[in-house]
Structures are given as structure tokens and as C-alpha cells.
Write a protein that binds this ligand. Structure first.
Ligand code: ADP
Ligand code: ADP
Length: 239
């Protein structure tokens, strides 16, 4: 699903250069549920944002779902971001509307996917939004305003939004970073369920050790390179 070859990212500011990725090689198999761990500043978010097509590498190659990401045209890259990947952030405040209901929060972004047949009409979008809220166990709160929901419940709504387009790849940046232990466990189980039932490939960036235990494989990044790797569960490749 993901093939990274010698990825380098250099951030240039007025005075300094930061080499956030220093020749990163990594493969992620289709259907895999994996975690990327590492200290703050090791390059995890840079990697994830690059796979999501949000930032470009300074050097190296990145294939996702058979596409050479940085050879795509602008239009193809927009399509890729819209249809192939879904994002979940630690703080979703940039993507969520506090004074809209949970279900409206899922419906509104779907208007940008009207080229998708399943989302053409308002009725179809409502139906799909409800289905997604059911999937994440939030249908009973569909009419609650978002700001009335707990952090964990808001996170579940954010996961529903990320799944709206049926992405092949779900990218999550510290998804349990802002919730309590119990909610964290619930979100972990949800990733496992989505991976198993929808077959979606999931990459989670986290420093949450408990979360990193519930995945197929953990890759540790240090100074923008892979420093170690652990397979937690055998057999994910045959799924
Ligand atoms: P992590 O997610 O592991 O905390 P990041 O990928 O966010 O690491 O950051 C890796 C390094 O790149 C850090 O030193 C960080 O300060 C730097 N960095 C990240 N984003 C930018 C940016 N937009 N401009 C300059 N430096 C950045
Ligand atoms: P922080 O804890 O430093 O505020 P966030 O969790 O908000 O970081 O964001 C992590 C990374 O994801 C950052 O590089 C940020 O720029 C990026 N990011 C967060 N939300 C969005 C968004 N809605 N669209 C694009 N990039 C985002």
C-alpha cells in the first residue's frame, strides 16, 4: 500500500534548516494496522503528512496505492487526498463545527464529494452519515451539538468523517493524545474493528505505548529514520 524509498524532508526557515526525514525507507502492506512511534521531533508527523499528500519530500520516492505521489498533477493529488486517504488528528478543532450537530458535521464535508455517486443527493448523504455514525457507535448522539460531546465522542465523529469517502488508507496523528485512558482503549478497539471489518489500511502515529500494543506492527522512528521494528502479530499479510 505504501512504499517509501529514501524519503528526505528539509524544512528551511530564515535562519536554520531542519532535516526532519533523513532517508526514510518503509513499506506498509495492504490491510495492515500499524503504529509509528518515536520521540517528539523525530519526524512522525512529517512522514504522515507526506503520505497524506499534504507536504512534498525534498528527495526520495513515495508510492501509495500504486501512485507515485509527487508525480501526480495538482488535480490528481486533490483526487488522491479526497478519495484514497482519510485523516484523523489529535485535535480536530480545525475540521469540526462546534455549533452543528454530530450528523451535520459528517454531512457537510460530504458536499465536497458530490462527484461520488453515493453522495449526490442530500438524502443519500444523510443516509451515509447515519451509517457512519452507527459504525463508530455515535448514532444515539446524532442530534447533539458537537461542543456538547466529550473529547472521545468528538474523536469518534472525526473518525466517521475520515471514513466518509471509503478511503483505502486511514492516517491518524496522535488520535488518543487528548483523551483519557478509557476512551483511548475504546478508540484503539475501533481502529482494530475498522481494519478488520472494512479492510482499511491504518497508520497511526503515536507515543501512546498501550495503543502501539494493539497493532500488527510497530515501527520506531529516530532522527528521521527507522531505528527499529517489531511485528506484534503474525499473519497480517495473508488477510
Ligand atoms: P514528530 O511528529 O515526531 O514530533 P515532526 O515531524 O513534527 O516530528 O517534526 C520533525 C522535525 O521537523 C522537528 O524538529 C520539527 O521542529 C521540524 N518541523 C516540523 N514541521 C516544521 C515546519 N513546518 N517548519 C520547520 N520545521 C518543522
Ligand atoms: P499540535 O499538537 O502541534 O498543535 P496538531 O495535532 O494540531 O499539532 O497537528 C499535527 C500536524 O498535523 C501538524 O503538522 C499540523 O500542521 C497538521 N494538521 C493538523 N490539522 C490539520 C488540518 N486540518 N489540515 C492539515 N494539516 C493539519
Amino acid at each position: 500500500m505504501i512504499v517509501c524509498d529514501g524519503l528526505v524532508k528539509i524544512y528551511k526557515t530564515n535562519t536554520i534548516e531542519v532535516m526532519a526525514l533523513q532517508g526514510l525507507d518503509m513499506n506498509v502492506a495492504k490491510g495492515e494496522l500499524m503504529a509509528v512511534v518515536g520521540n517528539s521531533g523525530s519526524g512522525k508527523s512529517t512522514f504522515l503528512n507526506m503520505v497524506g499528500g499534504l507536504i512534498k519530500p525534498s528527495a526520495g520516492q513515495l508510492l501509495v496505492d500504486g501512485k507515485d505521489l509527487f508525480r501526480l498533477s495538482e488535480k490528481q493529488l486533490v483526487e488522491y487526498k479526497k478519495n484514497t486517504v482519510g485523516f484523523v488528528w489529535q485535535k480536530n478543532s480545525r475540521n469540526l463545527f462546534p455549533y452543528l450537530s454530530a450528523i451535520r458535521n459528517v454531512e457537510v464535508p460530504m458536499q465536497f464529494c458530490r462527484d461520488n455517486k453515493a453522495m449526490k443527493s442530500e438524502a443519500k448523504r444523510r443516509e451515509r452519515a447515519l451509517e457512519l455514525l452507527e459504525l463508530v457507535g455515535m448514532s444515539h448522539r446524532k442530534d447533539s451539538l458537537l461542543h456538547q460531546l466529550s473529547g472521545g465522542e468528538q474523536q469518534r465523529v472525526a473518525i466517521a468523517i475520515a471514513l466518509a469517502n471509503g478511503p483505502k488508507l486511514l492516517l491518524a496523528d496522535e488520535p488518543t493524545g487528548a483523551v483519557d485512558q478509557k476512551t483511548s482503549l475504546m478508540i484503539q478497539d475501533m481502529f482494530r474493528m475498522l481494519n478488520r471489518d472494512l479492510g482499511v489500511t491504518i497508520v497511526i502515529v503515536t507515543h501512546d505505548v498501550s495503543l502501539a500494543k494493539k497493532v500488527d506492527r510497530v515501527v520506531m522512528i529516530r532522527d528521521g529514520k527507522i531505528s527499529s521494528e517489531r511485528v506484534m502479530k503474525q499473519g497480517y499479510l495473508d488477510r
